[in-house]
Design a binder for this molecule. Structure first.
Ligand code: PLP
Length: 387
């Protein structure tokens, strides 16, 4: 191990994750999707280098930036991306808003698979479009896609778009090639544009591998893929992501919508950070994934020991745990409130991922192992008190 993820780091005082609750006594912040770890040195050095030339006017996007994305997708995900397909934008959520505005109109229906990342709901509703849910089905420790229901929705509701979260936040599912091909096939059959948010593509544990829908040559004209270095390398504050749009006409419409929405220029340091991450970040990423995997295994073992209180789903990707409270302890307050009030752990409330998920909590385990162990010890003693 070159990197020390157990190092205690002082969190920035404006960090949303830490600062909003700076006055809380011993609360573990295991909510918003940031890692507690410092970024790779190479990224820091690239940023420092750029700052040595202290002129920060509007910037072009250099060829080397596009090149770094193409190489990353090819080498890490066996996906051949053409330079022209890449449209950099200021964040994946910005990209979701843009695809909705560019390719649907008010009142149109958009399919999502719940439980799912809360911004999917917000983007659809804020743009006056209609959410149509194809709930994922719980199956032991995993989730499955209900393909019959999906096709039924496509046939009856005639949605214009489906937004996929692949790998999936919050349940940590890595979709198989077969599942993805079936989704692409159905979207193509029913004329539904497929938007695949692949922001979590790099945090995948051994035994699983991410497959981009952009690899299906037969469906390239109907898919838009949203990627970013932000989750993989802890760079969310830089607000840079990449929309990959193989269909030329769609790309033009999207770019036009982007221009209508504001300045075309991007965050100068964000571009540097993203390029450096893809060029030099692989060793750091490999170690951070191992570290998170070890946190995941520790937590799985813990929650399975208390299987009369919790049902935990096994994530194959992401740094989230998706946990259902199943005992009477959670009858008077939601599991998320219980974690906060009793165990002093702030997670994300289940209902953030769809209203029917009140009895769930999402925990972010991209933290020091020591923090995880202390936090779970508090869960254990709170359980003992409650019983
Ligand atoms: C699935 C998914 N998409 C998008 C985002 C946010 O992306 P951005 O900060 O680039 O808008 C997140 C953040 O957690 C996410 O989990």
């Amino acid at each position: 191990m070159i990197y020390n993820f157990s190092k205690i780091v002082t969190q920035d005082r404006n960090s949303q994750k830490w600062h909003n609750y700076a006055d809380d006594p011993i609360v573990s912040q295991m909510w918003i999707a940031d890692m507690d770890f410092e970024v790779a040195n190479e990224i820091k050095e690239s940023l420092i280098n750029r700052i040595q030339t202290p002129i920060f006017g509007y910037t072009n996007v250099p060829d080397s930036y596009y090149d770094s994305i193409q190489k990353w997708q090819l080498n890490e995900h066996q996906w051949v991306v053409e330079k022209d397909w890449i449209v950099p934008v200021s964040g994946v959520v910005t990209g979701i808003n843009l695809v909705i505005q560019a390719f649907t109109t008010e009142g149109d229906k958009i399919v999502i698979q719940t439980p799912v990342y809360h911004s999917f709901f917000n983007c659809i509703l804020n743009n006056n479009r209609v959410v149509v849910e194809n709930p994922l089905e719980q199956y032991n420790d995993y989730y499955k896609i209900d393909f019959n229901h999906l096709e039924c929705i496509f046939r009856k509701e005639k949605p214009k778009m489906m937004i996929l979260c692949s790998p999936h936040n919050p349940v940590g599912k890595v979709f198989s090639k077969q599942e993805l091909e079936s989704i692409c096939m159905l979207c193509s059959k029913y004329n539904v544009i497929l938007v695949s948010d692949e922001i979590h593509q790099d945090i995948v544990f051994p035994g699983s591998s991410h497959y981009s829908v952009g690899r299906f040559k037969d469906y390239l004209e109907n898919v838009i893929i949203l990627v970013s270095a932000s989750k993989s390398f802890n760079l969310a504050g830089f607000k840079v992501s990449n929309s990959i749009i193989p269909n030329k006409k769609m790309r033009e419409l999207y770019t036009q919508k982007k221009k209508q929405n504001g300045p075309i220029s991007l965050n100068i340091l964000g571009l540097i950070a993203c390029e450096a991450a893809y060029q030099f970040g692989k060793p750091w990423l490999k170690e951070v994934v191992n570290y998170i995997e070890s946190n995941r295994d520790y937590a799985l073992e813990f929650f399975k020991r208390y299987s009369n209180h919790f049902h935990i789903f096994t994530p194959s990707a992401t740094y989230f745990l998706w946990i259902k409270g199943i005992s009477d302890i959670f009858s008077k307050q939601t599991i998320a409130d219980w974690f906060l009030n009793s165990a002093k752990i702030r997670g994300n409330k289940g209902e953030d991922f769809g209203r029917s998920n009140m009895d769930f909590i999402r925990l972010n385990i991209a933290c020091r192992k020591e923090t995880l162990v202390e936090s779970l010890n508090r869960v254990e003693s709170s359980l003992t008190k409650a019983m």
